[in-house]
Write a protein that binds this ligand. Structure first.
Ligand SMILES: Nc1nc2c(ncn2[C@@H]2O[C@H](COP(=O)(O)OP(=O)(O)OP(=O)(O)O)[C@@H](O)[C@H]2O)c(=O)[nH]1
Length: 219
């Protein structure tokens, strides 16, 4: 996905996108945001993707917004980490409009976070662009002994809304790169639209990557 990481994280401020785009000579900015209930692991997933590490037992709820930026050839990929707490919801709404993709997380050990996914999807359909790419992620897949939501329940919900789905673990890193890469590839395909190239199919890409890696490294 990325050849260079250019900017670290901030909190509560939009990055100076235009300046960054100009200085990096990018053709397009791709914006992905992470949403879901407080505590499902949005920040941890982003930290695992960005820095390849997991800091256990360090739950400090996100306040407002955080972000990471990655630079791939000709593209700047901004990834926004939103606060799951209800009191920051109006801040999150403001970011939906500019999002090209949404990673919607629940925690496989928390039934309420799964039950709330429908409400999140209603909100997304209300505030986000109609062609936004949505991916459903069941996080904390390493905690199988505390599992409250079976994998097939996640799959069924994703099928109902026609969105791709996978289980991830911000702790072990399982499927973390795949989730971000699949979304970035879909967005890049849409931004460039090579007429002679076959249409990028996010579901097929995920399945192909699964097969490549073998059955058991995926949940
Ligand atoms: N075992 C395990 N713990 C996780 C995983 N992801 C997150 N956690 C833990 O869950 C807690 C909450 O994680 P956060 O990443 O802060 O959750 P969040 O969704 O960003 O929460 P808000 O900022 O309030 O919206 C922390 O204690 C993390 O260490 C995971 O994949 N596996």
């Amino acid at each position: 996905l990325s050849t260079r990481r250019v900017v670290a994280k901030t909190s509560g401020q939009r990055p100076e996108t235009n300046r960054l785009v100009r200085s990096l000579r990018c053709n397009a900015v791709l914006r992905t945001i992470l949403v879901g209930d407080s505590g499902v692991g949005k920040t941890s997933l982003l930290v695992q993707f960005d820095q390849g590490k997991f800091i256990p037992g360090s739950f400090s709820a996100t306040v407002g917004i955080g972000f990471t930026v990655r630079f791939a050839i000709s593209f700047l990929h901004q990834i926004w980490d939103t606060a799951g707490q209800e009191r920051f919801r109006s801040v999150t709404h403001a970011y939906y409009r500019d999002a090209h993709a949404l990673l919607l997380l629940y925690d496989i050990t928390s039934k309420s976070s799964f039950d709330n996914i429908r409400a999140w999807l209603t909100e997304i359909h209300e505030y986000a662009q109609s062609d936004v790419v949505i991916m459903l992620l069941g996080n904390k897949a390493d905690m199988s002994s505390d599992r409250a939501i079976r994998r097939d329940e996640g799959e069924r919900l994703a099928r109902e809304y026609s969105v791709p789905f996978m289980e991830t673990s911000a702790k072990t890193g399982v499927n973390v790169d795949l989730a971000f890469t699949a979304v970035a590839k879909e967005l890049k395909y849409r931004a460039v639209q090579h007429p002679n190239q076959p249409k990028f199919q996010i579901h097929d890409y995920i399945e192909a990557q699964r097969e490549k890696s073998g059955c058991c490294s995926y949940f």
